[in-house]
Design a protein around this ligand. Structure first.
Ligand code: THU
Length: 128
């Protein structure tokens, strides 16, 4: 299962738009429905406008009506498996911290964790 999701993330990576960083990232998000949503990083001349691959996948899935997720795979050309950035961890946590996070690289190295481990004290919007 992880291998299938990693393969989808790596395939997506080819469509990354990363002319500034030259650092393509691919993501594949498995919804509880069984569908897989891909995402890539989309950079911009105004650097701060850039969207990461994980959030691109998440927003595509949400747009399709999904609200519950099993796992996300992320792949980039890194030394060791790529790590999702903090903003993406927070964005994903909105929909549950039981999410399995499969981190990989183009060398085929894989490490698996969960969002609750990767984001142990994320922001929650709760007034007292
Ligand atoms: N990037 C992602 O797509 N996901 C992450 O979790 C970290 C960073 C992208 C953003 C930018 O296009 C490039 O990687 C370099 O930071």
């Amino acid at each position: 299962m992880s291998e299938h999701l990693i393969a989808a993330a790596q395939a997506a990576m080819r469509n990354a738009y990363a002319p500034y960083s030259q650092f393509p990232v691919g993501a594949a998000l498995l919804a509880r429905s069984g569908k897989v949503y891909r995402g890539v990083n989309v950079e911009n001349a105004s650097f701060g406008v850039t969207v990461c691959a994980e959030r691109a996948a998440l927003f595509t899935a949400i747009t399709a009506g999904e609200r519950a997720f099993e796992a996300i795979a992320v792949v980039a050309e890194t030394e060791g498996p790529v790590r999702p950035c903090g903003a993406c961890r927070q964005a994903l946590a909105e929909f549950g911290t039981d999410l399995r996070v499969v981190m990989g690289n183009t060398a085929g190295e894989i490490s698996v964790s969960t969002l609750s481990v990767l984001l142990p004290a994320g922001f929650r919007f709760k007034r007292r």
